[in-house]
Design a protein around this ligand. Structure first.
Ligand code: NDP
Length: 325
């Protein structure tokens, strides 16, 4: 089978498309004929070696895949069922989705929800499912469309694009923050009402600023997250899921202790199964699938490596789906 292999011979980090034997697949109770995968930020880090995402070598990266069950020792799945995998350390410590066959634990899989095609499932991928988790976090905090505007950072990226589409359809007014000066048409098509330049957020700001946002979905971290918290309205909430700007959080406690702002951490990787199932069901009903067509670029396995580098260089918009079968 064909797969992308990341290896580190003599400390030289390298990624290439190779032919590997099925017998090399790791242990697992379900094997899947992978049809589609995708490129997330973390996949790009795993392919480039720019951050220590891969924990054992050789590794097949790819934190997401969708495909048909080939063989199953798990009573919940039978041959021919469509299943989706996101996270659980797959593509980091266990061989992942950039291969024609994957073998994983049945506990890590979910059935492909009705209403989502395999290709759209990967246009959503971990990025879109994380966007849904962020929306659910804001909803759980009680934020409603009438409460005011929602700020979304890293707006043209995977998480940002799907978050804009979801919140707009749910009736929220969305302000998008983007570093791309040519992205206005794209962001308006997804539903953003207002677009602000990234550099308004990326420099150090005041501990408290004018109250502007009922809620925030942040993929950037760093000064952007600190400034977003400082601008959040009394009692509002900030769902933080990423570090595209920085791992640091150079903030003060002022928004939390003076305005009761909630900072909510969102993780997709180890998210419990019930919450995943709920998030994917919500995606099936609350995401306008036609907007995914505006977000997605389709590539074959051979083009994953150059596209991963382009993603890290900030040159991509939306979501990349990878046709495996
Ligand atoms: P993408 O690369 O698709 O999007 C990231 C976007 O962030 C870019 O498109 C760009 O948007 C913006 N950006 C890039 N560089 C910077 C910068 N220096 N400062 C501020 N913004 C920047 O990645 P994803 O959407 O897939 O992921 C976004 C983040 O969320 C990543 O950090 C990722 O690791 C994290 N993540 C976390 C998950 C979790 O479980 N917690 C799951 C999924 C993702 P623009 O040009 O429009 O500003």
């Amino acid at each position: 089978m064909r797969a992308i292999i990341v290896d580190k011979p003599e400390n030289q980090y390298q990624a290439s498309v190779q032919l590997v034997e099925e017998s090399q697949l790791p242990d697992g109770d379900v094997s899947v004929d992978v049809e589609w995968s995708t490129i997330n930020y973390k996949d790009a880090l795993a392919i480039s070696g720019k951050a220590p995402v891969v924990r054992s070598f050789p590794m097949v990266p790819g934190i997401d895949f969708v495909g048909k069950v080939r063989e199953s020792g798990d009573s919940r799945y039978k041959a021919g069922d469509y299943v989706v995998l996101n996270g659980w350390g797959v593509g980091e410590g266990h061989w992942g989705g950039y291969a024609q066959i994957a073998r994983v634990k049945g506990d890590w899989l979910i059935p492909l929800p009705d209403g989502i095609t395999p290709r759209y499932a990967m246009a959503i991928g971990t990025a879109g499912y994380t966007a849904m988790l962020c929306v659910m976090a804001l909803e759980k905090h009680g934020i409603q469309p009438d409460d005011g505007e929602i700020l979304i950072t890293g707006a043209t990226g995977g998480v940002g694009s799907v978050a804009i589409a979801l919140l707009s359809k749910l009736g929220y007014s969305v302000t998008a923050v983007s570093g791309k000066s040519d992205a206005a048409e794209y962001l308006h098509q997804l539903g953003a009402k207002q677009i602000l330049p990234r550099d308004e957020f990326s420099a150090p700001g005041k501990p408290l600023a004018k109250e502007r946002w009922a809620g925030v979905i942040d993929v950037a971290g760093g000064n952007t997250l600190a400034n977003a918290c400082a601008q959040t309205k009394y009692g509002g909430a900030v769902a933080a899921c990423g570090l595209a700007e920085s791992m640091q959080l150079p903030a003060t406690v002022a928004p939390f202790i003076l305005r009761g702002v909630h900072l909510i951490g969102v993780d997709s990787v180890m998210c419990p199964r019930e919450k995943r199932l709920a998030a994917w069901q919500r995606l099936a009903t609350d995401l306008d699938m036609q907007l995914l067509d505006k977000m997605l670029t389709e590539i074959p396995l051979d083009e994953v490596i150059p596209n991963a580098n382009a993603l890290l260089a900030g040159k991509l918009k939306g979501r990349v789906v990878v046709k495996i079968a």
